[in-house]
Design a protein around this ligand. Structure first.
Ligand code: ZN
Length: 88
């Protein structure tokens, strides 16, 4: 079954002006939450996603484990793209 991530909200939780990294927590329709690490391009100011971590509020929507897994990595860009409108 293909996972269809649906971001319903996202917010910036930290923003490091020195190295251009900022962290976003994305809230999913299935009640999962994940943290995305973006790096801001120093010239364009556009954030580029670097990393994703599931916040273990709910079992993984893909493998159903309730501990660390890397399933969401495959959806990192989709989740990041959906999160951007909420943090602008
Ligand atoms: Zn998983």
């Amino acid at each position: 079954m293909a996972y269809d991530p649906q971001v319903v909200d996202a917010k910036i939780v930290s923003d490091n002006k020195k190295n251009g990294l900022f962290e976003v927590v994305a809230y999913m329709k299935d009640r999962n939450q994940c943290r995305l690490i973006f790096e801001r391009d120093p010239e364009t100011g556009v954030g580029k996603v670097q990393n994703i971590n599931r916040l273990m509020k709910e079992p993984c929507p893909i493998c159903r484990k309730d501990y660390l897994c890397n399933c969401l990595e495959r959806y990192m860009h989709t989740i990041a793209d959906q999160s951007v409108p909420f943090i602008k």
